[in-house]
Design a protein around this ligand. Structure first.
Ligand code: ZN
Length: 192
């Protein structure tokens, strides 16, 4: 079938440059992944934190070991945002050796990341977040997490998806030793 005249095929760097010159926005995708270990009461290393997912406290769940507040979901989200703008990862921005980030609220770190996203002229259009854990059950907190992440990002709730899965008792999440999260962010990059 004939394509629409407005639909330009992007196959060469020159095509991309042409899109930039005409002010069209180019889709971009970022992926993030994070893991935190659960406290078992005899750690010498990082401190134990009350669990937060997407900025929402999760009562009755295991404590999480972390230098920061240990919000695995916001950490994965921030890495995905940085991935979207080609800016490395949160370890570079907020090293866990820096006392400034001791028990730091991840929502505050997210604000800094969002400033970089804005400077990169990227408009975030959608985020898809997955929590992977045997415990706690995420379902009862899902909508609250979704609402809070949407608020933090300034997006409609419809542009934020939160889901959860177990790994069927397998691996470190199955053994209830820790929690992981993955995030995919899609955005549109405008002219620089
Ligand atoms: Zn983390």
């Amino acid at each position: 079938a004939e394509g629409e005249a407005g639909n330009k095929k992007i196959t060469t760097p020159e095509d991309l440059e042409m899109l930039r010159m005409t002010g069209e926005r180019i889709p971009c995708v970022g992926y993030g992944y994070d893991v935190h270990k659960y406290a078992d009461g005899n750690e010498a290393g990082q401190p134990a934190r009350l669990m937060r997912l997407g900025g929402v406290p999760i009562a009755g769940s295991p404590d999480v070991l972390a230098h920061s507040d240990g919000d695995v979901l916001l950490h994965a989200l921030m890495d995905a945002l940085l991935g979207c703008i080609g800016a490395g990862d949160i370890g570079t921005f907020f090293p866990d050796s820096d006392p400034a980030f001791d028990n730091v609220n991840s929502a505050v770190l997210l604000d800094t990341v969002l400033e970089h996203v804005q400077k990169a002229n990227v408009h975030i259009t959608h985020v898809d977040l997955t929590v992977i854990a045997q415990i706690p059950k995420v379902g009862p907190h899902r909508e609250m997490i979704r609402r809070n992440v949407a608020r933090l990002l300034g997006l409609d709730m419809g542009a934020v998806n939160v889901k959860a899965t177990t790994e069927e008792g397998l691996g470190f999440t199955g053994e209830r030793l820790g929690i992981k999260a993955v995030a995919v962010v899609t955005g549109l990059r405008g002219n620089r």
